[in-house]
Design a protein. Structure first.
Length: 299
């Protein structure tokens, strides 16, 4: 009898279409799996081909794809497209994941996610950047067919090819170098190949992407919690808290604020204490895990 997990499993994987913010909120609702839950699902998928188990593994890692895709925004490719390609990589990783390796899925999947995004970016960006002129595009598509053998081009061959194609010799050498680059498969087709990168994958709890994502999420919640709590204060209390606790440079003293509001320093201290207590209650009700650590201001 299979043990069901407390994991919402919709009919299909959510798509990064329409409102991207709505999609991100949706995937962030899917809880992260514990090591035991992940192991159980992975074994069910491997041994029984359980599609519900596969769906559970994918859903719990969709937020990882969003985070990885965000780091590729500088290439001018839409974020939603990057996420969709990353999701393909995640599903490939889930299909190939071996629970007996002793490595968490997140450490394994991140390589497949990046590989799919890399390929997509290159398809949409490489030709534009590498071959920006008609002559360079001609060079890009004709270099391999014009080369004789696999040996690097000689100086004479570079010069002749440059003249034939109407480009600079330096461009021929650069393009040859790019096209000669060899890709290494993450997993070798031959099981006896001990040099495939997958064989060197080891668990590193201190830098696991899941823990990094958890820290980032905690910081985001704390930041939003403080902003939410500040909105619940009256203008004077907010001014005092911001000047005392959230100043970018030197924080204001009680006497500074006493002079500003024309009251005693003790009165400022009382307003501050009451405002901080109200903020703590607002943050607790909002769902943040306590107030963030802030250096105490000067008295």
């Amino acid at each position: 009898m299979q043990t069901s997990l407390a994991l919402p499993v919709p009919v299909s994987i959510p798509l990064a279409t329409g409102s991207l913010e709505s999609y991100v909120r949706t995937v962030n609702r899917f809880p992260l799996l514990s090591a035991e839950e992940e192991q159980r699902l992975a074994v069910r998928l491997r041994d029984h081909g359980d599609l519900d188990a596969a769906r559970g593994l994918v859903l719990s890692h969709l937020r990882l794809v969003v985070a990885v895709a965000r780091s590729y925004l500088g290439y001018g490719v839409p974020h939603a497209d990057l996420i969709q390609e990353g999701n393909i990589g995640l599903m490939k990783a889930v299909k190939r994941f071996d629970p007996d390796r002793g490595v968490r899925l997140v450490s394994y999947a991140i390589h497949w996610i990046k590989a799919e995004i890399h390929e997509y970016v290159l398809r949409n960006w490489r030709l534009v950047k590498v071959a920006t002129t008609k002559a360079q595009r001609k060079l890009f598509f004709n270099l391999r067919s014009m080369k004789i053998g696999l040996a690097p081009l000689s100086v004479a061959e570079v010069g002749k090819m440059a003249r034939d194609l109407g480009v600079k010799p330096e461009e021929v050498k650069e393009m040859e170098t790019r096209l000669a680059g060899q890709e290494i498969a993450f997993e070798a087709d031959d099981d006896e190949d001990a040099y495939a990168p997958v064989n060197y994958l080891v668990a590193n709890p201190d830098s696991e992407p899941s823990r990094i994502l958890e820290r980032e999420e905690s910081e985001r919640l704390s930041t939003e919690g403080v902003a939410n709590a500040l909105d619940g204060l009256d203008p004077r209390s907010r001014r005092i808290v911001e000047a005392r606790w959230l100043a970018e440079k030197d924080s204001a003293t009680l006497h500074d604020l006493a002079a500003e509001f024309k009251v005693s320093a003790e009165r400022i201290r009382q307003i501050e204490a009451k405002a901080l207590e109200k903020m703590r209650k607002l943050m607790e009700s909002w769902g943040a895990q306590g107030a963030p650590a802030i250096a105490a201001p000067a008295v």
